[in-house]
Write a protein of this length. Structure first.
Length: 162
């Protein structure tokens, strides 16, 4: 019982110390930098139009841990995901699964992972269909898993597609 209380006290003290109003700007900036450095930035790039469909390369920037699984949920109804394939995920032996409501899953049944590439390379390519003729925001909610299923923080920067 004493060990549990003292552990809670130490954790509370540490959290209170790190996030107190008296923390110096340097300490707050350092904490912010550590958090930012641990977030994987997912971005869409190299968008190509083919008839009424688009090919969109998806990149993972600031990848400091191996990726073992990917789940993306399409936000909104302006796009339909037709296919996900290629890139680092396919090279690592990931299998892709597309759900009817804009869900993409990619992982290896053999437990393989995607490691940080030496050169910039697409994580995979999406083939999407645009469901209207106006400029629309392409946005996805990201969920990235590291080794042993540990959640890796990630964020997607939405883009507007004409």
């Amino acid at each position: 019982m004493l060990r549990r209380v003292s552990s809670l006290f130490i954790i509370s003290f540490f959290v209170g110390f790190c996030f107190s109003e008296d923390s110096s700007p340097t300490t707050q900036d350092s904490l912010k930098q550590v958090v930012e450095e641990s977030v994987i930035e997912i971005e869409a790039s190299n968008i190509r139009k083919e008839k009424n469909q688009y090919l969109i390369d998806i990149y993972a920037n600031n990848m400091n841990k191996n990726i073992a699984g990917i789940q993306f949920n399409l936000i909104g109804e302006d796009f339909t995901i037709l296919e996900a394939s290629g890139g680092l995920a396919e090279k690592a032996g990931f299998n892709f699964y597309n759900g009817s409501k804009g869900v993409i899953l990619a992982f290896s049944l053999e437990g393989k992972t995607i490691s940080n590439p030496k050169k910039r390379a697409a994580l995979f390519t999406l083939k999407v269909q645009k469901n209207n003729k106006k400029p629309s925001e392409f946005n996805i909610k990201t969920l990235i898993a590291g080794e042993r299923g540990v959640k890796l923080e990630s964020i997607f920067s939405s883009i507007v597609i004409d």
